[in-house]
Design a binder for this molecule. Structure first.
Ligand SMILES: Nc1ncnc2c1ncn2[C@@H]1O[C@H](COP(=O)(O)OP(=O)(O)OP(=O)(O)O)[C@@H](O)[C@H]1O
Ligand SMILES: [Mg+2]
Length: 371
């Protein structure tokens, strides 16, 4: 399986701004990489450039040491020479062909010998757990089964790289969950490199070995999902990951030795950075607090419960601390009365301090309430 390397890849369509702006990315052998970001950020364009279905305006693409695209060297390998599988959002199966035929058709076109095709179809149907449906027509299958056939068809020629563009977006929530598990298992079993486009942060979180978060054609952060969640590079990344989303509290900071005293609209606290950071004597910051790090407890700051949404496993709270609203998550089967008063404190060292002007992360650290 090859390592895919994108070097200074830019795509500018005839009209409009850059759909992809100077993208540098290495997708290692066997990885499951998600391209994540809001609508229009350039995910599909990036995927299509890897596939060879779209020509970059500038840059180079390598599969291992083989250059498949270079604007300077005038190289542009056609999609069929790149040995990739492509699964689109609308995975139309051929309605007049059985499942078996849907899968074998491509192999026949590639002039595979008959016995090899049969063996491969059997094998891939087993992997995708659609053996019993081999002689059915697509219309006789559920959405999830059709989806599995589509994946089987894409995997049948043994592509070294599987590119998927929101392949689960047409499925209902339950099926989508099942298919996520299926894809993860498939990734393990095949050892192929997966590049997966989604705008759903929880999908990217749960599936990928690495997530590339993109905003307006610009790569914001490229790292394992938990790192993206826990150590976001900037406010955009922090805000995009997690549901309920991170709380952002604007504050004024005064340096006190290695610590920073933060004054928000309604409370004051001391921030102790995990790493040494170089900040001015005074500055403007945004404090990022994940809802699960607002701990409801017997002591601490008082807050009024604006809403309480118990889901069984946990309860999502909206708390008013004077003029600031914080979301919090309380674990377990608990409920809180509307307008009741609760207390909360902070613990651990996963609070994030951002520079207000640039939105960039300065450091993670711990928080101590002063008043
Ligand atoms: N053929 C095209 N001609 C002109 N502009 C295009 C073309 N294809 C895409 N774009 C523009 O490039 C940008 C990126 O589009 P792209 O389809 O890659 O976004 P995306 O991240 O996949 O979005 P979505 O989540 O909505 O599918 C958009 O602003 C889009 O309008
Ligand atoms: Mg798209």
């Amino acid at each position: 399986m090859p390592t895919i390397r994108l070097v200074n890849i830019t795509k500018q369509f005839a009209k409009g701004s850059k759909a992809v702006d100077n993208l540098n990315m290495v997708i290692k052998d066997g990885e499951f990489v998600s391209l994540l970001g809001p609508s229009g950020c350039g995910k599909t364009t990036t995927l299509r450039m890897i596939a060879g279905l779209e020509t970059p305006t500038e840059g180079e693409i390598y599969f291992d040491d083989v250059c498949v695209f270079s604007d300077e060297k005038g190289i542009n390998l056609s999609p069929d020479k790149r040995n990739i599988g492509f699964l689109f959002q609308n995975y139309a199966l051929w309605p007049h062909m059985t499942v078996r035929k849907n899968i074998s058709f491509g192999l026949e076109n590639m002039k595979w010998p008959k016995e090899k095709i049969e063996a491969r179809v059997d094998e891939i149907c087993k992997t995708m757990r659609i053996e019993e449906y081999k002689d059915r027509y697509p219309a006789e299958l559920s959405g999830g089964q059709q989806q599995r056939v589509a994946i089987a068809r894409t995997l049948a020629p043994e592509p070294k790289v599987l590119l998927m563009d929101e392949p689960l977006s047409n499925l209902d929530a339950k099926l989508r969950n099942d298919m996520r598990a299926e894809l993860k298992r498939l990734h393990l079993n095949t050892g192929s490199t997966f590049v997966y486009v989604t705008h759903d942060q929880s999908e990217a979180m749960t599936l990928s070995t690495k997530v590339a978060l993109i905003k307006l054609g610009l790569l914001q952060q490229y790292c394992p999902p938990l790192e993206l969640y826990g150590e976001p590079a900037n406010v955009f990344c922090a805000d995009f990951m997690g549901n309920p989303s991170m709380n952002f509290v604007e504050c004024h900071g005064k340096k006190e030795g290695k610590k920073i005293d933060l004054t928000t609209q309604s409370f004051e606290c001391k921030f102790t950075p995990n790493d040494e950071i170089d900040v001015p004597e005074e500055g403007e910051y945004v404090l990022g607090i994940r809802p699960e790090f607002v701990n409801i407890s017997d002591e601490g700051l008082e807050a009024r419960v604006i809403s309480s949404l118990p889901s069984g496993m946990e309860t999502t709270l909206s708390l008013a601390v004077d003029d600031i609203t914080l979301s919090a998550v309380a674990f377990g089967s608990v409920d809180f009365a509307m307008d009741s008063t609760v207390k909360f404190n902070f613990s651990g060292n996963r609070y994030v301090l951002f520079d207000k002007a640039t939105g960039e992360k300065l450091s993670l650290g711990s928080l101590e309430i002063i008043k």
